[in-house]
Design a protein around this ligand. Structure first.
Ligand code: ADP
Length: 448
C-alpha cells in the first residue's frame, strides 16, 4: 500500500519547476542519493513539460502530482486533465526504474517509480515525519529552481569532464603498458632465437662427435679382427710344433725340457683362446653376424648343452638343466643362442666351488626368460655393469683356478642383443649369481 507523502498541483507550465524542486526534496527525504534525486526530478520535469506543450494536441488544463512510498519504492503519479491526446514521452527509461502512461478520454495518468536503496529502515513514524517536513518547506520561485538546475547541469558537466580525463589517463597508461609488453616480447624472442641457435650448434657438434666415435669404434673392430686373424696362424703353428716336440716318436726330452714345452703349449692355448674370442667379438661388433632365424626347440637345445657342458662340472658342483615344459619353441638362431648359454654355464661352473649351477626357462608374456643360476662367489653390485665391458675381470682368482679372457660376457650380451633380447645379472658376493636372457618368443621382428 502506498503511503502518500506530498501532493502538488500543476496549473501552468511554470508550475513544472515547482514540481521538479519538490520531486528532488521528496527523493532526498526518503534517502535517494544525489544522482538519483536529480534523475527523478528530471524525469518528472520532462513529463510535466510534455503534458503542458501543444505538440501532439491541446496542452493539459491542469495536473496533480502525488508522491508516495510503497514498500521499498518511491512512487510518483501524475494525473493530467486534458482533451483526448496521445502523450509521447521522451526516453526517460534510464532515469527511473519503471514508467507507464495510461491515456484516457479526459485524463492521462503517468506513473514512475524508483527503488530506495536500504529502505527497510523507513518506519511509519519516519514517513509521518518526512510528510511533515515536506509540507513545512515553502516552494521556491521558478528562478531559484532554474538556478539550481543550472548548478546541477554544471556539476554533471564537471563530472563528465573528470570521467574523460580519467579515460585519457587510463589510455595513456595502457599505451605505456603495451609498449613495455612489446619490448619484453622482443627481448624474449631475441633470447629464444639466440638459445635456439646455440642448441642447433650443440646438436651439430654432437652429431660430429657421434660420427667420430662410430668411426673410432669401427677402426678398433677392424684392427681387432685383423690382428686376431693374423695371430691365429702363428699361434696354431706354435701349438703344433710344441705337440711335435712332445710326441712319443720324437727325440726324448729331458724332464726340464718337457716341463718347458708343456708351458709353451699351455700359453699358446691361452693365446689361441684369446685370439678366437677377440675374433668372435669383432665379428659381432662389425655387424657381419646375421642370425639364421628358425623355430628352435628349447628342450632339444637344453639337452645338447647338458651333454656338452657336463664334462666341466667337478664332483663338488652339480649341473642341473631343467627341461622346459612343452611346447617350448622360440624363434631364434640356435647356434648363437647355444653359444650364449654355454658361455653362461661355463662361467657358472668356473666361479662356483661347491653347490650347483642350474639352468631353467619360463614364459613371461611374449618373452622367454632363460636363467642360469649358480651358488658361486657372486659379484658386487657396483661391478654388475663392468663385467660386461671388454677384458674386465673381477680381481681375485676364480675359486676353481680356471682362467678367462674377460671377453665372454661382452660377446654374450652382443649376441643376445642381435637376437632381439637382453642379458642382465642379479648377484651379491657370497650369494651366487643369476644371469637372465630375455628373448621374444616370436623372434626379433626388427632384425628378422
Ligand atoms: P671370463 O673369460 O673372465 O669369464 P667374462 O666376460 O665371461 O670373462 O666374465 C667377466 C668377469 O665377470 C669374470 O672374470 C668374473 O670375474 C665375472 N663373472 C662372470 N660370470 C660370473 C659368475 N657366474 N659368478 C661370478 N663372477 C662371474
Amino acid at each position: 500500500m502506498t503511503t502518500r507523502l506530498l501532493h502538488v498541483m500543476l496549473r501552468t507550465e511554470s508550475d513544472v519547476f515547482v514540481a521538479r524542486q519538490r520531486a528532488r526534496e521528496v527523493a532526498a527525504a526518503v534517502g535517494l542519493e544525489h544522482q538519483d534525486q536529480v534523475r527523478l526530478a528530471t524525469a518528472l520535469s520532462e513529463v510535466g513539460r510534455t503534458l503542458f506543450t501543444d505538440r501532439d494536441g491541446p496542452p493539459a488544463i491542469g495536473a496533480e502530482v502525488w508522491f508516495g512510498v510503497d514498500g521499498g519504492t518511491l512512487r510518483v503519479e501524475v494525473v493530467a486533465v486534458q482533451p483526448a491526446k496521445t502523450v509521447r514521452l521522451p526516453t526517460l527509461g534510464r532515469l527511473v526504474d519503471d514508467l507507464t502512461v495510461q491515456d484516457g478520454p479526459t485524463t492521462t495518468v503517468v506513473r514512475m517509480s524508483r527503488r530506495i536503496p536500504g529502505s527497510a529502515g523507513l518506519t511509519a513514524d519516519d514517513l509521518d515525519r518526512i510528510r511533515d517536513d515536506l509540507s513545512a518547506l515553502a516552494p521556491r520561485t521558478p528562478l531559484d529552481e532554474m538556478a539550481e538546475q543550472n548548478e546541477q547541469l554544471l556539476a554533471a558537466l564537471e563530472e563528465t569532464r573528470a570521467h574523460r580525463d580519467d579515460l585519457a589517463r587510463l589510455n595513456a597508461e595502457l599505451e605505456e603498458t603495451n609498449r613495455g609488453v612489446m619490448a619484453l616480447y622482443n627481448q624474449l624472442s631475441g633470447e629464444l632465437e639466440e638459445t635456439n641457435r646455440g642448441v642447433v650448434a650443440l646438436y651439430a657438434e654432437l652429431d660430429e662427435r657421434s660420427a667420430q666415435l662410430r668411426a673410432a669404434s669401427e677402426a678398433k673392430t677392424r684392427f681387432l679382427a685383423n690382428v686376431s686373424h693374423e695371430l691365429r696362424a702363428p699361434v696354431t703353428a706354435v701349438i703344433g710344433l710344441a705337440r711335435l716336440l712332445d710326441d712319443a716318436d720324437s727325440d726324448p726330452l729331458t724332464e726340464e725340457q718337457a716341463r718347458q714345452v708343456a708351458l709353451i703349449r699351455g700359453s699358446a692355448a691361452d693365446l689361441l683362446r684369446l685370439v678366437n674370442d677377440l675374433l668372435d667379438l669383432a665379428k659381432a661388433e662389425s655387424g657381419t653376424i646375421q642370425p639364421d632365424w628358425a623355430e628352435v626347440d628349447l628342450r632339444v637345445l637344453f639337452s645338447q648343452l647338458r651333454g656338452t657342458v657336463r664334462a666341466m662340472a667337478t664332483g663338488a658342483v652339480e649341473l642341473v638343466v631343467v627341461d622346459p615344459s612343452p611346447p617350448a619353441t622360440i624363434r631364434s638362431d640356435e647356434v648363437l643362442l647355444a653359444q650364449v648359454l654355454r658361455n653362461l654355464l661355463h662361467n657358472g661352473l668356473k666361479f662356483t666351488a661347491a653347490g650347483s649351477v642350474r639352468m631353467s626357462a619360463s614364459r613371461a608374456g611374449d618373452d622367454w626368460l632363460i636363467q642360469v643360476t649358480d651358488t658361486g662367489v657372486g659379484i658386487a653390485e657396483e661391478l654388475h655393469d663392468r663385467i660386461f665391458e671388454e677384458f674386465y675381470q673381477v680381481p681375485g682368482r676364480s675359486p676353481t683356478g680356471a682362467t678367462g679372457t674377460g671377453l665372454g660376457l661382452p660377446y654374450a650380451r652382443r649376441l643376445v642383443t642381435l637376437l632381439g633380447g637382453m642379458l642382465t645379472v642379479t648377484s651379491a658376493p657370497g650369494a651366487g649369481s643369476t644371469f637372465t636372457v630375455r628373448l621374444p618368443a616370436g623372434g626379433d621382428h626388427g632384425a628378422s
